[in-house]
Design a protein around this ligand. Structure first.
Ligand SMILES: O=C1CCN([C@@H]2O[C@H](COP(=O)(O)O)[C@@H](O)[C@H]2O)C(=O)N1
Length: 354
């Protein structure tokens, strides 16, 4: 019997943050493949359109006219999934039909006045401005709500209805499932090991090097050992940081640098504006700010759907829905591929890949 090699032989991997397993089947793609690079659709997104409700001076569905903003711009979602007011359901002790009150607020945050720009093509200071606005929203909404979810759906493949560079921020009176699971697993780990799970994890990855793609003085960008999506990545501080709003000026500055670098790598992978959903997870807010949260470590997660080209995506269906997530490309191969990509954005005069 051959000796086991995680790059060649099937196995399952454990994600301690989510307490779930993922099936890895590297034998399914024995031969190294060169991701097919299709010609990028010509981006015909106009820099400005008075009909685009996210543009400066445009009119939104509720009749309000946007200011002629020059940097970031935040507005109340006109179709919010959460409202701050409303009648509440009766509490019931029926274990099978549980309902609870849900309150919150939904904001849309435009990153920049121009619709034809994406984050990797921003100037450094323009990315710093996005990070500063994220921090401002975390502080403002974190005073009233237990959880503030910053998330960016980028690209039509991710259901993003508007190409204008933007994200959303939904604050809620409850901690949603994903962070609730992470709160529990990180607390259990801390109680057992006396240190934060993701602080230990980053040390492990910096030693192993296999899955680290980029790092700088304050940040590490890696493909997590337990990654599910082909090019799923995490962005973690080197220091133990509970909340985005606890970052120092230098950490925010270097966050802008590594974001520009990682998003450039992502775009260079298939020479297309790389679709993804991304978000930040830090210690809960609201009344939780007064509790002991040292088991938490701030981190960002990127969930990109693409697998082989600008148009071929991974489908999380069938086995993934009925059994568990499964991947062929290993986390180590994905990290290696990302490391091998150029640092200069393909749109900035780099010749198209042959
Ligand atoms: O006039 C508008 C257009 C879009 N929106 C909101 O902008 C958001 C666009 O974000 P997404 O493309 O990520 O869905 C979407 O949630 C939509 O509700 C408004 O609030 N007002």
């Amino acid at each position: 019997m051959e000796t086991f090699d995680p790059n060649d032989h099937q196995h399952i991997r454990y994600n301690p943050l989510k307490e779930e397993w993922i099936l890895v089947s590297p034998h399914r793609m024995k031969r190294p493949w060169k991701g097919q690079v299709e010609k990028d659709e010509v981006d015909d997104i106009p820099r400005f359109s008075p009909c685009n409700p996210l543009c400066p001076t445009a009119e939104r569905s509720n009749g309000q006219v946007n200011p002629d903003y020059k940097g970031t711009f935040v507005f109340q979602n006109d179709f919010p999934a959460l409202l701050t007011e409303g009648p509440e359901p009766e509490t019931s002790d029926d274990p099978l039909l549980q309902m609870k009150a849900a309150k919150g607020t939904c904001k849309v945050m435009c990153f920049h006045p121009w619709s034809d720009l994406t984050l990797p093509l921003f100037e450094h200071d323009e990315i710093v401005a996005v990070i500063e606005e994220w921090v401002r929203l975390m502080i403002e909404l974190g005073q009233k709500f237990e959880w503030v979810q910053i998330f960016e759906n980028k690209g039509s493949m991710m259901g993003c209805s508007n190409p204008h560079p933007h994200c959303q921020v939904w604050a809620s009176s409850f901690i949603p499932n994903e962070p609730a699971v992470k709160d529990n697993t990180q607390r259990k780990y801390f109680n057992k090991h006396g240190s934060p799970m993701l602080v230990d994890y980053v040390k492990r990855e910096l030693d192993a090097k296999l899955r680290v793609v980029l790092c700088n003085d304050h940040w590490v960008w890696l493909v997590p050992f337990w990654a599910v999506w082909p090019y799923e990545t995490m962005l973690l501080p080197r220091r133990h940081v509970l909340h985005l709003q606890d970052l120092s000026k230098d950490e925010k500055n270097s966050l802008a640098s590594i974001m520009k670098q990682l998003l450039t790598k992502y775009d260079n992978l298939f020479e297309t504006s790389f679709p993804y959903s991304m978000g930040w997870h830090g210690a809960p807010t609201g009344f939780h700010l007064n509790s002991d949260q040292k088991h938490w470590q701030l981190h960002a997660i990127y969930y990109p759907p693409l697998l082989r080209s600008a148009k071929i995506k991974k489908f999380m269906v069938g086995y993934e829905m009925l059994a568990q997530p499964q991947r062929d490309l290993t986390a180590e191969q994905a990290a290696e591929k990302l490391r091998s990509l150029p640092d200069a954005h393909y749109k900035l005069g780099q010749s198209k890949s042959d």
